[in-house]
Design a protein around this ligand. Structure first.
Ligand code: NAD
Ligand code: MG
Length: 399
């Protein structure tokens, strides 16, 4: 018998994390895998249950004030309890063969870098890593001979469509967007959209933040940048098409005119399972498509007026440097203010744009980061600028 694979899951209590644990259990759980580290946030019961069940070496909560609860929940087990960002980094430095990066937001950057530095294969759900620090992350992987496997459904689809192909023959990459719950809403109604309405994704069951990002198309904006950084394709070769059924996840167009589409039920366990079992495929419990029952698949162009996020992403790609880090941070702050009730739905894009404009005027965006610290410094600065912009907008009565 070969040695059991050592695996860690960062963001284990989230939507992607729970789906990852589901697959690990279905593929044998603690008997088949040597589970090193599992991390979570305030949902201590879920974190402790998973750590006990999968016999993890260590469980980490992101929040120090949660450590007593985690210790109590793990009492009598062999699982070590840790807390805080430094503990998260230390856990990512523990040797592992396969690491799932499924923390939401820029908070997921550091653990991914550390996992690559110790040579682990990084299953990357945390698209923010590529948006904020794409060139650095790819270079880190190359430096350590480590591999990054995409876990976003669109990027897993592109990755699969490229198996056995020569990148020189790739003409274009098309990623699909469901269009979110507001695809048909007129602009005036969109401006009054609530958090609950924005969270009601028509096809995918996901965490709160990515669900709202899907409604603004900021998720697709991040994914445009993710595509550029991961596949090394120039922005003008990357397209977004709205496909309300979420059955075709992405397409790759080749120089002979062929367009290879990847189709499947909207269930993240497909992309997670592909990354877990790559280069093999294994049975995964996703629904099988009945094309006749589906009847039709439709496609339309995204509306740039109601959904400015894609235009902003293109500007970010043109700027390069630290623009991606600023874009992601500003988007996270705008989202915080929308969730907290201080900002209207349509104001989120305005706050992001105002932040980018202000930082561009200070000539801070074109600077190429020399390391993760530069990225995190821009992340911090952009959060301050975006929070000011959000307060100014709310104060002007436009919230
Ligand atoms: P989620 O909100 O359901 O879970 C987030 C996880 O991150 C939780 O375990 C939470 O405890 C942890 N976390 C949150 N803040 C943290 C912090 N400050 N420090 C440390 N840990 C923290 O999110 P999700 O929907 O599972 O998404 C996770 C990532 O995967 C995101 O980057 C998202 O864009 C990406 N992704 C998600 C989906 C999906 O279907 N949910 C699809 C593609 C990509
Ligand atoms: Mg996606």
């Amino acid at each position: 018998m070969t040695a059991r694979r050592r695996v860690s899951v960062f963001g284990a209590t989230g939507s992607i994390g729970q789906n990852t644990l589901d697959l690990l259990r279905r593929q044998g759980g603690a008997a088949a895998y040597d589970v090193v580290a599992l991390s979570g946030g305030r949902n201590i019961a879920a974190l402790a249950d998973a750590a006990r069940d999968l016999q993890a070496d260590v469980a980490i909560t992101a929040y120090r004030d949660c450590l007593p609860d985690l210790r109590a929940a793990l009492a009598g087990s062999d699982v070590a309890a840790e807390a805080g960002p430094e503990a998260l980094i230390a856990a990512a430095e523990r040797p592992a063969d396969w690491v799932m990066s499924a923390i939401v937001g820029a908070a997921g950057l550091a653990s991914g870098f550390r996992a690559l530095a110790q040579g682990a294969t990084l299953a990357l759900a945390n698209k923010e890593s590529l948006v904020a620090a794409g060139p650095l992350l790819m270079a880190e992987a190359a430096r350590h001979g480590a591999r990054i496997l995409p876990v976003d459904s669109e990027h897993s689809a592109v990755f699969q469509a490229l198996v056995g192909e020569d990148m020189a023959a790739v003409e274009r990459i098309v990623i699909t967007a469901s269009g979110g719950p507001f695809r048909d809403w007129p602009a005036d109604r969109l401006a009054r959209a609530t958090v609950a309405e924005a969270m009601a994704h028509p096809n995918w069951s996901m965490g709160q933040r990515i669900s709202i990002d899907s409604a603004t198309l900021f998720n697709k904006a991040l994914e445009l940048i993710e595509t550029k950084e991961y596949f090394g394709v120039s922005p003008e070769r990357i397209e977004v098409v709205v496909h309300p059924q979420s059955i075709v996840h992405a397409l790759v167009g080749f120089n002979d005119g062929a367009l290879m589409a990847h189709m499947g039920a909207p269930d993240m366990r497909h992309a997670i399972g592909y990354a877990l079992n790559w280069p093999e495929r294994r049975e995964t419990p996703v629904a099988r498509l009945d094309l006749a029952a589906l009847g039709q698949l439709t496609f339309e162009a995204p509306d740039p007026a109601r959904f400015p996020a894609l235009r902003l992403a293109r500007a970010v790609m043109d700027t390069g440097g630290l623009a991606g880090a600023a874009f992601n941070a500003a988007k996270e702050i705008a989202l915080d203010h929308f969730i907290a009730g201080g900002l209207g739905f349509a104001d989120m894009a305005a706050v992001v744009e105002a932040t980018l404009d202000r930082l561009a005027a200070q000539e801070r965006l074109t600077i190429a980061p020399s390391g993760l610290d530069d990225v995190l410094a821009m992340d911090h600065l952009a959060r301050v600028v975006a929070a000011e912009a959000a307060r100014a907008r709310a104060g002007a009565g436009q919230g």
